[in-house]
Ligand binder design. Sequence first.
Ligand code: SF4
Length: 81
Amino acid sequence: MASEMTEKFKNGLFQAVVDKCEGCDRVVSLEHGKYCDTYVNPAAKWRLGLCNFATHAKPEVAVATVRINPLKAAKRAAKRK
Ligand code: SF4
């Protein structure tokens, strides 16, 4: 099983991980380099932003806080009646 796993990284298809992959659980460390177990080209994964497979980095979820002026809200509610 272990040799099967390392075999896929030896055929040259898989590219080495990039700095941003540091800390990700999917990084496989081999004697000839570090590879991503999931993605063949880690650099491409990070080029457009966060890698969506990363286990160590998650996108910040932007929570929009809508401030409601209670006076205006009360007036709007009164108008609707
Ligand atoms: S899953 Fe993404 S962050 Fe993790 S090693 Fe692979 S390319 Fe890098």
